[in-house]
Design a protein around this ligand. Sequence first.
Ligand SMILES: Nc1ncnc2c1ncn2[C@@H]1O[C@H](COP(=O)(O)OP(=O)(O)OP(=O)(O)O)[C@@H](O)[C@H]1O
Ligand SMILES: [Mg+2]
Length: 465
Amino acid sequence: MKLNLAARLFAAVLGAAVVVAVAMGVGAHVNLNRDFLGYLNEQAVLRLELAVPGVTAGYQQQGGWEFLRQRPELWFRLLRPLPEGGSAALTERPKAAPTPAELTGASRRFTLLDAERRRVVGFDAPAADAIERGIVVDGLTVGWLVLTPFESVSSGAEKRFADAQQRTAWVVGGGAVLLAAAVAFWASRRLLRPVREVAEATHRLAAGDYTTRVPARGGDDEIGRLAHDFNQLSLTLQRNESMRREFMADVSHELRTPLGVLHGELEALEDGVRRLDTPALRSLKSEVVTLHKLVDDLYELSLADVGALSYRKTELDLREIIDDTAGAFGERLRSTGLALQVQLPAEPLPAFGDARRLRQLFANLFENSCRYTDAGGALHLQARREGAQMLIDLHDSAPGVRDEQLPRLFERFFRAEASRSRRSGGAGLGLSICQRIVQAHEGRIEARASPLGGLWLRVALPAHG
Ligand SMILES: Nc1ncnc2c1ncn2[C@@H]1O[C@H](COP(=O)(O)OP(=O)(O)OP(=O)(O)O)[C@@H](O)[C@H]1O
Ligand SMILES: [Mg+2]
């Protein structure tokens, strides 16, 4: 049989309460018998032994037990302990201070038996488990002093105790059921309901409903955190799903645009609207180049995604890579009227990386600055080492990127200016590729607003050695 959590909790609390109640009942019983009744009996035995010399002396003085049969009222006087050094005469025995045994009536449970074990005087129903002491006179046992234990005469008390315990057991048992029910009710409302909600929501999430959320209950306990993490999870899934959709839409759009242009131009050529000359070929080729670059970039990003992008890392000096790239862009920069300023340290910038990928990284950044900086502007590059890392700062002049768009620059297909014409801009993949390259080198790349008025890109890479 499968019990739900609330029922199991109910059973567990009930079981625990019953076990505790039973253990306490058994403990009380053991205590009463072993400790309390044991104590009473010990005291009574002491009293018994104290009485033996007095009873013996009585026998000697009276020459038998007959006097007790005649005058049973002397019995308790006979039981009085002998005074130290005093006379043993029955009439002169002083009343001693009552002992604990006296107070619980031990001497009322004493019986005197004669040599033939017939009762002479005292408690008239000595029990089978009675404690006995012989009365010895001149080497002969002339009688027995017998003590009947407390529990043998107190069956009423025992029964009362058992009844009381049963009553208590009923009360405790009822209390345990109520407590267990209350705990289970509370738990199913306060603890299990949120868990059930999360379980149901997970079911919906698994079925593909990424808009599923569970109500946040505001608690900072495990359940509150579970709900919070669940919401985070479905939000992430929802975001990933919409990113995937956007990505597909972007890819197809990016591919269709150059293909559409190509198609139109080819048709114009075919129909004779346009002549097949060098400018026409150049235009066709440039569309093919755009397509080619786009497909290459997508391929590269998808490789980076599956972790298959291979890096051939060697020890290298970053200064050389930066120098090479700056040199390669010299002509481009001059033609766009940008003043380049490169500041490199005198000592090497040792990195452990893939030279080709790092060149690609800086080429992408230079390419962006050429594309997205107004003519007559400036481009400043500064590289330095700070402890275990190397910082490369690239500043350019206006235009910049709006603050709220800065963190999004590294997203795929993100272009800061939606109005930017297809010709001057790319597909918006360059910076995401840059980010992949930097991450593969255990570094970081951040975009901020530059004091020069344009974009400030900071690359931080770990120094090697
Ligand atoms: N130096 C810069 N100054 C101003 N804006 C920039 C600069 N670099 C990038 N941007 C903005 O960030 C956007 C994303 O850049 P990214 O390099 O990722 O893509 P892209 O250059 O548009 O296309 P691709 O690099 O794939 O050919 C650009 O479209 C541009 O709007
Ligand atoms: Mg770019």
